[in-house]
Design a protein around this ligand. Structure first.
Ligand code: ADP
Length: 356
């Protein structure tokens, strides 16, 4: 599709909420063109310029009031539907919004984020069929991980506060328990960040990507770990493929990073190989690390599955889940062959495509 069927203006000064709403709307409604306004000037500019089919606005804005915005929109464009999508959905606000001529009212909760696309559908008509719609599970992961961030941040903030204000009354045991609480909350937070990343690994753009430069970039970002462990990284000349470049960097960063992290007694030796045949590229990341037993070789690609505790070796266990999702999103596969104590070989296959 070359032109968007409907144009939406999304008004919200919280960048995370905006990003989530846009991601979820795009996943369900690829036919929408979404313009974002974080401040009053951008909002006014969009409204003056834009022929929109729908405005979605937060009520609580640092620079204004969603209801006032609603009235302004209705004064300028009486037929333009407006949805109030707000963190502050009380009954009084709802009734004032109805009086102001609101067309839709939605609370900004996980459920609200998920229902936004449905409400847009009711107001603008159903979506054009998408080529590859995101699965509902993906939407749920996005909305939940976004929504759980706030309570988890509260837990860690108050636990810290307790530690600071009541240290002298806590005693040794109390301090230890509080330490566990803070660390667990931090861990949940990074797991939520990672979950969000797994969900995002589905969406991608495609361009010609030179894997030599991708691997070089990935290796550069691992400089600290390479220095620390004395790792030696080598690579074959690699092909140019049709892919999302930043996802390829992320994939090789994870694979090479793991190859360094899970080393044995010897300094890590990591080799990235390139080859293929039968219409597929075959890229390998080989290491001389601790290896993986046969029983664990599938499990490690699951979200949050790890073979060590975070205290032994840091990590949340989503790296390989992301890598596999990226590989499959490109029409490829990712698998491992390994011997405990004898190193591992991760093999990524990618379709060759038509371009030479
Ligand atoms: P994380 O690195 O955060 O633990 P991953 O999903 O990247 O998460 O890896 C999952 C698990 O797979 C790791 O905890 C480790 O036990 C195992 N693993 C991954 N890569 C290797 C490797 N190159 N050698 C040995 N074990 C590995």
């Amino acid at each position: 599709m070359t032109t968007a069927a409907h144009r939406i203006l999304l008004v919200d000064d919280d960048p995370d909420d905006r990003a989530l709403a846009v991601t979820l709307l795009r996943a369900r409604r690829p036919d929408l063109e979404i313009s974002e306004a974080a401040d009053g000037v951008t909002f006014a500019g969009h409204l003056a310029r834009g022929a929109f089919d729908l405005v979605v606005t937060e009520h609580r804005l640092a620079w204004g009031d969603g209801l006032r915005l609603l009235t302004t929109v209705k004064d300028l464009h009486p037929g333009l539907p407006v949805v109030l999508f707000t963190t502050d959905p009380d009954a009084d606000l709802a009734s004032r919004a109805v009086r102001a001529g609101i067309d839709g009212f939605l609370a900004k909760t996980s459920r609200g984020f998920l229902e936004l696309a449905d409400l847009v559908g009711e107001l603008l008509g159903p979506a054009e069929p998408a080529e590859s719609p995101a699965s509902p599970a993906e939407d749920v992961v996005r909305a939940l991980s976004h929504d759980l961030q706030e309570p988890v941040q509260l837990v860690s903030r108050y636990a810290r506060l307790l530690g600071e204000r009541y240290r002298d009354r806590l005693g040794e045991d109390g301090e230890r328990h509080l330490g566990h609480l803070v660390r667990s909350a931090e861990r949940v937070q990074s797991m939520l960040d990672d979950l969000l990343e797994v969900a995002r690994a589905g969406a991608r753009s495609r361009q010609r990507v030179d894997l030599d430069s991708v691997v070089d970039e990935a290796v550069e970002t691992l400089y600290g770990a390479i220095e620390e462990t004395g790792a030696r990284i080598t690579r074959d000349p690699l092909p140019t493929v049709e892919a999302d470049r930043s996802q390829m960097v992320r994939l090789f960063q994870n694979l090479i990073g793991n190859a360094i992290k899970f080393h044995g007694d010897e300094p890590p030796e990591v080799h990235v190989g390139g080859g293929g045949g039968d219409g597929r590229w075959e890229l390998t990341v080989r290491d001389n690390g601790i290896g993986i037993s046969e029983a664990d070789r599938e499990r490690i690609f699951e979200v949050f599955e790890r073979l060590h505790t975070a205290e032994e070796i840091p990590g949340t266990g989503v790296g390989l889940a992301i890598c596999r999702r990226i590989a499959e999103g490109h029409g490829g596969t990712l698998a491992v062959d390994s011997q405990p104590g004898g190193g591992s070989i991760f093999t990524l296959t990618l379709p060759r495509g038509e371009t030479p």
